[in-house]
Design a protein around this ligand. Structure first.
Ligand SMILES: [Zn+2]
Ligand SMILES: [Zn+2]
Length: 293
């Protein structure tokens, strides 16, 4: 809760006028206990998990031919988007209960330990971007090694096998994992904020981006507008789909968001070979059909 009763007191403490965003934040959160602000992370989760699948569902429903052309594993039949969505909500019950109960409780304790800011001033765009880059680097590195551990015999059998049941993932597979696996990945997500404290709004942004990214990575589609085509080193769906396609024994594509760890540690070789083979096959098919013409 902010230590100011009025906007004038807040501006006096800041020594300047509030920006429009700060005025909005003041009106929204000035009288709100910090505990309630920590529970917003559950709201972010629930809203995004319900909404993020919708754009791909709309494309599947309205333009199935277009969707099929950009499907990464076109030979695998796609169930109707509506039934998949219902199944997704059903499969997400465990995660949803965790998001409403244990997770915000643990987060509220971590919130105090991290020294998360909730008041004014709000972080600048530059500060927020810097924090997000640092958090992303920390998470990428730790989640890469976590994922490699999950592909040891013990880690796979006890924790990771469930997630790999989806050999041709759709976005809904992002949350299809054991509670232990999801908790471990959450730990890597909050490692950055624990090391470099920031404002609670940066946490919400971080969490939102990560949910959208997880869905994109598991979407099973590589559209012309997919972010992976525009952001260097962002793996996206094509990169992670290969990991699911190759399955348990794969030694390739362990990165969650950016792929630099796979390049550094040489765990992208199977994927690169697979891509080269596909490209050669396409060239041969094009030459063959050219001769027949
Ligand atoms: Zn895996
Ligand atoms: Zn996956």
């Amino acid at each position: 809760m902010m230590p100011y009763g009025t906007a004038a007191e807040a501006e006096a403490a800041l020594g300047r006028s509030m920006t429009w965003a700060e005025a909005l934040w003041f009106r929204y959160s000035a009288g709100m206990p910090d505990l309630w602000l920590t529970w917003h992370v559950s709201l972010v989760y629930l809203v995004l998990y319900a909404l993020v699948p919708l754009p791909v569902m709309v494309i599947q429903k309205l333009a199935p031919g277009y969707a099929l052309r950009h499907k990464l594993q076109p030979g695998v039949p796609e169930p109707s988007p509506v039934s998949t969505y219902v199944e997704y909500i059903r499969d997400s019950r465990g995660v949803t209960l965790a998001a409403l109960g244990p997770f915000p409780l643990i987060y509220s304790i971590a919130f105090k330990l991290f020294g998360v800011r909730t008041g004014l001033p709000l972080p600048s765009v530059w500060e927020t971007a810097t924090h997000l880059v640092v958090y992303s680097l920390v998470e990428d590195y730790t989640s890469y090694w976590l994922h490699r551990f999950l592909h040891t015999r013990w880690g796979y059998e006890k924790i990771h096998r469930v997630h790999h049941e989806k050999t041709a993932p759709s976005g809904f597979a992002a949350a299809y994992a054991t509670g232990t696996e999801l908790s471990l990945y959450l730990t890597t997500l909050f490692l950055g904020p624990a090391i470099v404290p920031s404002h609670v709004t940066t946490h919400w942004l971080l969490f939102s981006i990560r949910i959208m990214e997880a869905f994109d990575t598991h979407s099973g589609y590589h559209f012309p507008f997919s972010l992976a085509r525009f952001i260097p080193f962002y793996g996206g769906a094509e990169f992670h789909d290969y990991h699911h396609y190759a399955g348990e024994k794969t030694r390739s594509n362990f990165s969650s968001v950016f792929t630099y760890c796979d390049y550094i540690y040489g765990t992208n070789k199977g994927y690169m070979y697979h891509k080269r083979s596909l490209a050669e096959l396409k060239t041969k098919e094009a030459e063959h059909s050219g001769k027949e013409d």
